[in-house]
Write a protein that binds this ligand. Sequence first.
Ligand SMILES: [Zn+2]
Length: 454
Amino acid sequence: MEDIISAYILSTRKQYKSGDLSSMYSKLFKYIDLSLKKLNVECIYTTSFSKHRACENIEFNGKNCLVYDQYLGQTFNMFNRILLEDKPTDAIFSYAHKLMGEYFNRYNYIREAAACGVLYSETRKALLSDGYVDDKRRRYTFIQEFFVMAHEAYHMILRESEDIRAEGMYNIDVYANRRRERTSILSQIPREEWNSLHTDEYREKWLTDEELEKEARDYDQDSQNEVEERINNLLENDENLREELCCDYYAASMVINICHFVFKIDICEILEAIYIATYHLRSLRILEIGCSNYIENGKLGNSNVDSKNPNQFIVESEETLSLIIRSQAMLQRALDLFDFYLGENSIIKTLMPTNSDRDVDKVKFHDDLMSSQQLHYKTIHDTVEQVIGNGLYNGMLEKEIVRREQNQVEFKRFLSSLSELESATNIGLSALAVDNFFGAAALEEQKLKFYNFN
Ligand SMILES: [Zn+2]
């Protein structure tokens, strides 16, 4: 069995040497495995270190295997650094070109890869850390890596257990109904009547006064009704998307249980890190969609160009709508979990260590999540969309390539940038740092506590 898995990894990616992170990851795998074993799900775990930035669950001959690529963790770590150090947009401009360059390189789009590579190497100074080692960043990365592993584990669990699948799908239906109710109000009520909604049930369920006003102000019924309708339909009918949401939902609970009760991380911070992970994944996916559209169509937007807005294509595709749903659903999940663990009548509160965040209020928590989301837009997501929109959709990258090809010196730099892209280890070994931070003993020492609780 292990032979088949190594053959799979060898044939799907080029491996790089990494620091020895296996001990750190095998600890996380152990936690995941305990949950799987309870349901009699057998799984083999392995890591790779390549440009194949993914966590996958694969089935070979009826056996499950979880393959985690450590480069995903490095990427999260860089995003977290950009986010938490509130870096200028130059930083993500640079990093987005590295990621695009790697993608183009993988598909042998050498001119594009080189152009992205040289733009990255010319601007990468912006990515340098200011030297401050931030524990919060380490925790974020740790939680996010764990979350994507748990998410994959739940794909396996859903394959095996009808009951768990049914319960998960029921939760998605509840969410879908709530969302439909909300959008039907947003889409039908005349704007002049918004003020009277302030005392309405709607507000209590969904929004603070300020948010309601903002949402009502911003909601353009003509253009948004259609998008909202498509989102609701996807949420109700797209089985793949519904399974993704189920896995997100369950994974968030698993991560909170282990990270809070074993590692003593603040619940609000765990939920925030997971919520932000959905935005990281969304930005990564948008870069990939942009590059793969470019590869397929020669340039972007052929199928849906109808806009002066270079980002329009991003809103248009079903896949990006799914990404939007996942981050919105995760917000709802975070608020639900908050209620479960920290809400008024939570029994779980009594199990918490006394120094934990028992008494945070929900409005503050919600506001904090919203500010992290806005910070993500400002420091990461908007720039990623612009890089794709201007670089690929509006043809700026091609202009850059032509300009540099005409100049010999520039052309040499071009080629050397490719080897720079090849070096996978140049952004540091995040997981190793995390391992040092938590210490090997912490896991063993706290293990029992969690399982008693569970
Ligand atoms: Zn998935």
